[in-house]
Design a protein around this ligand. Structure first.
Ligand SMILES: Cc1cc2nc3c(=O)[nH]c(=O)nc-3n(C[C@H](O)[C@H](O)[C@H](O)COP(=O)(O)OP(=O)(O)OC[C@H]3O[C@@H](n4cnc5c(N)ncnc54)[C@H](O)[C@@H]3O)c2cc1C
Length: 563
């Protein structure tokens, strides 16, 4: 009996250990992977972008009309998405130039002279987008934008190239406070993630033409959205338009998307019909940021001379400007310096330098001013080859064009806090829900995140469901809230920033401290640099900066440097 019982007891023990080991292994392997999937799904739009541009699961479109207010970047994205889901889509836009054939063609720059006295005489590009003042500003886009475009429009890359745009490795030779922020090319086995390099005034007509071609049934109404009518259930029943041609028109809607940019029409119109509408949904502060864009057309000879310069990646390795279409991006620690600068190739054969600064003006509008501006950068030294590029540009400086901008308002409307009383079929995306400091150039990709989130919400619920609006806004907030927080708290480092009413510039002190430590850790630890790059490209969840391995790297670096 004893002989018989002994092996069975040992077997039982062995089996139990084996089972525990299996469970342990499963937990060790599955839990982090499940957590990663959860964080990616919640805090990024990367999982949902895969479904964009595909038909609805049941093959049937939703009845009724999706009304898109505003026909700029976010409005075009929203309309294209809605055309996959609704029987009818209407864009309402007041600027008549956006309906013309020219608005879907490659821009043909017409210049005008600007003379503001002193040294500031320059040529600038004339444009008719009176409500989009940054139309001629240099724009950068992140990897997620290109993934989105490729899903939404067929043969996107080929056609972008036909328009003189470039598809390039998404490496802007970024130095934050002098520290290179990029993942290693080796991580991607030669297929480094790409992005689009194009001016805003090329991208917008290009997207306009692609949307018109992909969804020819989208209707356009020339007018200004002036009111919403709500039904007894609290949904928006119709949108009132003040027509450019005179008179008004009411358009019945199944969904209304506010894409009116800084006009943020939704926030103005909804409180008229919703008595209990909260007064404090909108945070607003003044970062007092100035920016200029300088573009120099390159002759073949000038291009050759620039190509011959020994351009490096900040770590002594050659940096391939043909592959990236970029030269350098300098971001200061705002607690130390105010000057931001990036140099890249522009659309076609041009070289573009963007300058920005907190509370500092005038910014450069010509080459000598640009040299002075960048010589005045503190906290880090720009490489000598950068100044050699400027030297070469002297040959084409008289052909340079400039544009000046000022941003005195950043705002975030916390619709997610009012989801219980908002119309269930109302959404807001692009600058209509959040406008951030343009220094990291996130606005266009942020609009894409809004459009992808709209697509995903429409795939899971119809807007007639009471949870539709709440789900959209809570998801959008999870994916973009960190952009607002990090941008605002960085701006609060500057004494020229006027904070949100009721806040002081002390808000976000820990965030600023931690960000500085993160960047310092990135100088020594490639995994930290890679995490920052992935978050910046909308490819990784923002909470990654608090993952155990990153926290440990920051702690180790902080202790070592203080020891
Ligand atoms: C200087 C500067 C530089 C920038 N650089 C970058 C960059 O490098 N990269 C980047 O991604 N982003 C950048 N941005 C931000 C980016 O330009 C915006 O985020 C983007 O344009 C937002 O698009 P949108 O469609 O939401 O709004 P907008 O482009 O502002 O368009 C809003 C539209 O709504 C229309 N409208 C207004 N009121 C009404 C109404 N009542 N009824 C109907 N229609 C209406 C307007 O006519 C307009 O067409 C920059 C911004 C600035 C200021």
């Amino acid at each position: 009996m004893a002989n018989f019982a002994a092996p069975s007891c040992a077997m039982l023990l062995l089996n139990t250990y084996a089972l525990l080991l299996l469970v342990g292994l499963a937990i060790c392997y599955l839990l982090p992977s499940a957590l990663r999937t959860y964080l990616m799904r919640k805090y990024t739009a990367l999982v949902d972008v895969k479904h964009v541009g595909t038909p609805r699961q049941d093959g049937k479109k939703l009845p009724g009309t999706a009304v898109v207010c505003g026909g700029s970047i976010a409005g075009l994205y929203a309309a294209r998405i809605c055309s996959d889901h609704f029987e009818r889509v209407v864009i309402i836009e007041p600027e008549p130039s956006t309906f013309s054939k020219d608005s879907r063609a490659q821009p043909n720059d017409v210049l005008r002279d600007v003379d503001v006295g002193d040294e500031r005489k320059y040529k600038t590009v004339r444009h008719t987008r009176t409500r989009v003042m940054q139309y001629t500003a240099g724009h950068a886009y992140q990897v997620l934008s290109l993934l989105f475009f490729r899903k939404l429009f067929s043969r996107f890359d080929t056609r972008a190239k036909q328009w003189g745009m470039h598809i390039a490795a998404a490496d802007t030779n970024m130095r934050v406070a002098g520290v290179a922020i990029r993942p290693s090319y080796e991580d991607y086995y030669g297929s480094f993630p790409e992005t689009l390099v194009a001016s805003r005034r090329t991208l917008e007509p290009f997207i306009r033409s692609l949307v018109a071609e992909a969804s020819p049934s989208i209707e356009f109404v020339a007018g200004t959205v002036s009111d919403f009518t709500l039904d007894y259930g609290g949904a928006v029943r119709s949108v009132r338009v003040r027509l450019n041609a005179g008179g008004t028109q009411d358009i019945d809607c199944a969904l209304v998307a506010d894409c009116t940019g800084v006009a943020q029409v939704g926030l103005k119109l909804l409180p008229r019909s919703i008595i209990r509408f909260p007064k404090n949904l909108r945070e607003d502060y003044n970062p007092d940021v100035y920016a200029t864009a300088l573009e120099f057309p390159l002759t073949p000879a000038v291009k050759e001379r620039i190509r011959a310069l020994p351009i490096d990646d900040g770590a002594g390795r050659p940096y391939d400007t043909e592959r990236t279409r970029w030269f350098i991006t300098h971001m200061p620690d705002p607690a130390v310096g105010v000057r931001v600068m990036s140099m890249s190739y522009g659309t076609g054969d041009s070289l573009l330098v963007i300058c920005g600064a907190w509370g500092l003006h005038p910014l450069p509008v010509n080459l000598p001013m640009l040299v002075d501006f960048t010589r005045g950068i503190v906290g880090t030294e720009l490489p000598e080859w950068y100044f050699k590029v400027l030297e070469v540009l002297k040959d084409v400086e008289t052909d340079g064009v400039a544009s000046e901008f000022r941003c005195t308002s950043c705002s975030c409307i916390h619709y997610e806090r009012a989801s219980a009383i908002l119309p269930r079929n109302f959404v807001a995306l692009g600058d209509a829900s959040m406008r951030v400091n343009p220094r990291f150039g996130e606005g266009v990709t942020k609009s894409a995140v809004g459009a992808i989130t709209l697509d995903a919400t429409l795939r899971s619920l119809p807007p007639s469901n009471a949870s539709f609006g709440p789900r959209f806004f809570s998801s959008l907030h999870a994916r973009t809230g960190s952009i607002w927080l990090s941008s605002k708290t960085a701006d609060y480092a500057r004494e020229t920033t006027v904070p949100v009413e009721g806040e002081t510039r002390d808000v976000g002190r820990f965030m600023r401290w931690y960000r500085t430590r993160l960047v310092r850790a990135a100088a020594k630890n490639p995994a930290v640099a890679s995490a920052l790059w992935h978050i910046g490209q909308f490819l990784a969840p923002a909470p990654l900066v608090f993952s155990p391995s990153i926290l440990l790297a920051v702690l180790r670096n902080t202790l070592c440097s203080s020891g």
